[in-house]
Design a protein around this ligand. Structure first.
Ligand SMILES: Cc1cc2nc3c(=O)[nH]c(=O)nc-3n(C[C@H](O)[C@H](O)[C@H](O)COP(=O)(O)OP(=O)(O)OC[C@H]3O[C@@H](n4cnc5c(N)ncnc54)[C@H](O)[C@@H]3O)c2cc1C
Length: 287
């Protein structure tokens, strides 16, 4: 189906972009989620504001105390970038498992966070890494923890005149490890998650001193699992400790049945993938 008629603007500066945004507009980044929604006429914005020609938004950079991922960084760049491999391995893995090669070469990591698909991969990893969304508008910038930024299904903490400018990730320190694992809709990795879990773990002298675990695919949005983290902290990270923490994988999550699984099946998968992701994260510290 063709989308309804719309205006298209391609500003070459952020100020121009802010001027073009309004109540009936949408930011266009990679278009991998927005264009299908428009073609299905589930979304019909009056104006598309294509941010693709604005310079300075396409870099992953070491900013001293954090790593910055700009609004136009593609999934494939996130997946293969040495700074992400070093400081946010779970995000590199999630980006590498996002869609197929065409999708990864077009879609953006920031677009994935801004879109808040219930089954998106990278938002879970950004949450587990303690990421921060930096949002800009004509009136300035503001920072929001990624967990709060992902408000609800397809709903980010963004008003129509705002742009997600970058994601900031804390730099990795000693004793930290992370991993992402999922079951994709077609059984493998290269598709939306039926259930996916990202885990970040910090260990000191053989015990877990801090942890963040996030889930996607089973509930209304990618979200943190504080009960799993609390159950891990203070343990030695043994298989039995991880298995018992993973039992909390749907605490506080409204598990939704969909075409890919019943509530019971998704609850089971959540626990299985929580255990796998946490064990991989711990294994990466011990390696
Ligand atoms: C065939 C196919 C398979 C896919 N498989 C997967 C998968 O396995 N896992 C997965 O997680 N995703 C998957 N996706 C989705 C893909 O990852 C998208 O790229 C991503 O969800 C959105 O990024 P985008 O840059 O394409 O954003 P767009 O499609 O351009 O925009 C999506 C939404 O976010 C908003 N937006 C985008 N960027 C910004 C910004 N900087 N500031 C403010 N608002 C913004 C737009 O206005 C729109 O509402 C798939 C898509 C396709 C077509």
């Amino acid at each position: 189906m063709y989308p309804r008629q719309f205006d298209y603007v391609a500003p070459t500066s952020l100020d121009e972009a802010y001027g073009a945004l309004g109540d009936d507009s949408k930011v266009l980044a990679g278009g991998m989620s927005l264009i299908p929604l428009m073609k299905m006429r589930l979304l019909s914005p009056g104006t598309l504001v294509d941010i693709g020609r604005i310079p300075g938004l396409d870099a992953i950079e070491d900013k001293g105390d954090h790593i910055s991922i700009g609004a136009l960084v593609r999934h494939s760049t996130t997946a293969g970038h040495p700074l992400i491999a070093q400081h946010a391995p779970a995000l590199a893995q999630a980006a590498g498992m996002t869609g197929d090669v065409q999708v990864r070469n077009r879609g953006t990591t920031c677009g994935s966070l801004a879109h808040v698909d219930v089954a998106a991969d990278q938002p879970a990893a950004v949450l587990a890494h303690g990421g921060v969304a930096v949002v800009g508008s004509a009136s300035g910038t503001r920072e929001v923890m990624a967990d709060a930024f992902c408000m609800d299904t397809l709903t980010a903490d963004l008003s129509p005149n705002e742009i997600l400018l970058e994601i900031r990730l804390p730099k990795a320190g000693p004793g930290e490890g992370s991993a992402y694992d999922k079951l994709g809709r077609r059984g493998g990795h290269s598709d939306y998650a039926v259930a996916g879990v990202a885990a970040w773990v910090k260990m000191d002298a053989g015990s877990i001193t801090d942890a963040r675990v996030a889930i996607t695919g089973v509930g209304t949005k990618p979200s943190l699992l504080p009960e799993v983290s609390q159950a891990l902290i203070g343990t030695d990270g043994s298989e039995s400790a991880v298995a018992s923490a993973a039992e909390h994988a749907v605490d506080g999550v409204t598990v939704l049945e969909d075409l890919y699984g019943s509530v019971e099946y998704k609850t089971h998968l959540a626990k299985v993938y929580a255990k796998r992701a946490i064990q991989k994260a711990i294994g990466s510290i011990r390696a």
